[in-house]
Design a protein around this ligand. Structure first.
Ligand SMILES: NC(=O)c1ccc[n+]([C@@H]2O[C@H](COP(=O)([O-])OP(=O)(O)OC[C@H]3O[C@@H](n4cnc5c(N)ncnc54)[C@H](O)[C@@H]3O)[C@@H](O)[C@H]2O)c1
Length: 464
């Protein structure tokens, strides 16, 4: 089939590449000329494992091409996907301006029947708005061209997006149109060889399914973080509790890791947008508000633990903190709403300096923060530690799981780790003389900080 995808971000590019990979002929359209230029030159603008070879192969074999030409994109295919951003509006509700702009473009140029498939995460009722926009533009054109609007939310996870797309748990398709159902079934046929993963439903239920999934996952995380904070105060170990409850098949082990809060481009904005939807229909949704509030507080926990260790936020002035992990989770360079940003910005606010390292998000960090005297972007995890007064861990990259503690000790000015991902064994580190703070487990008795390692040069003297 011929397919068009509007938006070549994480979702649009993965969708376009994977649909080409199974044999469709795909045009990816984006308004960002720079992004399209890069893609035409063979440069993938995002870091997503496994994506590069798929894009290269399908471009070379003529099944995938990139354009900024709206007319070409609309004329190319009967099925038009919308995969543009839906960032939070000022009040937290989803900003639909990009989705509606694409709807308008499609309506201006469609020569005959089109299936308009919305893949962006959008509030219930958006398909009606897309429908109305297309009808309005067609009326302006004086045309009565038939079309269907379908909701087909995307469930891929950044960092595992290619695998998720090629082997989906489920394919949710919201439409009551038999013609649109037939087209959608045909285009997803290659993903259903083993068993049919498609679930057809009405448009509104499909739109709500996406928010329900993200809100459920965010709720699990906030619930565990709430319990972790209580465990610290009660003298319990949340990791033992996690295994204890995970053994119950009704609960399961997935997604119950305590940590320094969820981030990314989806959970924070989607929980917020669902909350605003509740407000708009006059429904009080205290659980959703609590999930968001618990997460916002949890994202400050690393700073709070650091400040407490040093005897107050004022004591952080002039200190240097190494930060491992900047992306909101491993295997991505996405830093939207990342807990690392909450920590780093609070450290700057307190007058501290940051030495940061992430395996893939260094360019993104540079793009977000630019050159600053209080930020050193370091070439590897050990150089980030040179002369730092403490290490804070924000992202559970594999390479942080079993570091050389002796080398770390030699580089840091004090044996102090604030771990937002519970990577290490607290007993072992404590026995080795580390001050090791983690989430929901026994914390060191806060005492005056250990004597710094005076043989270390001051960090100002060190470049990265
Ligand atoms: N990132 C994820 O993991 C993920 C997963 C599932 C669903 N989603 C949802 O998918 C949607 C897209 O997310 P994303 O992370 O890919 O966003 P993104 O910001 O990475 O990409 C959006 C792209 O759309 C482009 N765009 C904006 N207006 C356009 C227009 N009029 N025509 C063509 N292109 C246009 C932008 O230039 C950008 O390249 C969002 O609604 C998001 O919530 C994201």
């Amino acid at each position: 089939m011929k397919l068009t995808i509007f938006g070549t971000g994480y979702v649009g590019l993965v969708t376009g590449a994977c649909l080409a990979e199974v044999g469709h002929t795909v045009v990816c359209m984006d308004v960002d000329q720079g992004k399209i230029d890069k893609l035409k030159a063979g440069v993938i603008p995002i870091w997503e494992p496994g994506l590069q070879p798929i894009v290269e192969r399908n471009v070379a074999e003529g099944r995938l091409r990139f354009t900024t030409d709206v007319e070409e994109a609309v004329k190319h295919a009967e099925v038009q996907f919308i995969a543009v951003g839906t960032p939070p509006d000022e009040d937290g509700s989803a900003d639909l301006q990009y989705v509606l702009a694409v709807a308008e473009s499609i309506a201006r140029h469609m020569p005959r029947y089109r299936v308009v498939v919305n893949k962006s995460t959008v509030p219930v009722g958006t398909a009606d708005k897309v429908q109305a926009k297309i009808e309005q533009i067609l009326a302006e054109r004086g045309e009565a061209i038939p079309f269907d609007v379908v909701s087909n939310p995307e469930f891929l996870k950044e960092g595992a997006a290619v695998g998720d797309f090629l082997k989906p748990d489920r394919i949710i398709i919201g439409t009551r149109s038999a013609k649109a159902q037939e087209r959608m079934r045909e285009l997803y046929e290659p993903f259903n060889r083993n068993h049919d993963r498609t679930q057809f439903m009405d448009v509104r239920s499909a739109e709500l399914t996406k928010y329900a999934a993200n809100a459920m996952l965010a709720t699990k995380i906030s619930f565990m973080n709430e319990l972790a904070n209580m465990a610290e105060l009660l003298g319990a170990d949340i990791e033992e509790v996690r295994k204890g409850i995970g053994a119950d098949p009704r609960i399961g082990y997935h997604f119950i890791y305590p940590g320094c809060g969820y981030g990314g481009s989806c959970f924070p904005k989607d929980v917020q947008a669902l909350g605003r939807s509740a407000d708009q229909i006059g429904y009080d949704a205290p659980l959703l508000k609590a999930v968001e509030a618990v997460n916002n507080r949890q994202k400050t926990t690393l700073f709070t633990k650091l400040a407490r260790h040093f005897g107050g936020a004022e004591a952080l002035r002039g200190k240097t903190i190494a930060v491992w992990g900047l992306a909101f989770k491993p295997n991505t360079d996405d830093m939207r709403e990342a807990p690392s940003r909450t920590l780093i910005e609070a450290l700057w606010e307190a007058g501290a300096k940051v030495r940061a390292y992430d395996p893939v998000a260094m360019d993104e960090t540079r793009r977000i923060y630019g050159e600053r005297l209080d930020l050193a972007l370091c070439g590897n995890k050990y150089s980030a530690l040179e002369g730092a007064d403490a290490l804070a861990i924000c992202t559970e990259w594999q390479q942080f799981r079993a570091p050389d503690f002796e080398e770390m000790q030699a580089l840091l000015r004090a044996k102090l780790i604030i771990d937002g991902r519970n990577l290490y064994n607290p007993d072992r580190l404590t026995d080795d003389g580390w001050h090791y703070y983690s989430i929901g487990r026994s914390q060191p008795q806060t005492s005056s900080p250990k004597e710094p390692n005076e043989s270390m040069p001051k960090p100002e003297a060190l470049g990265c």
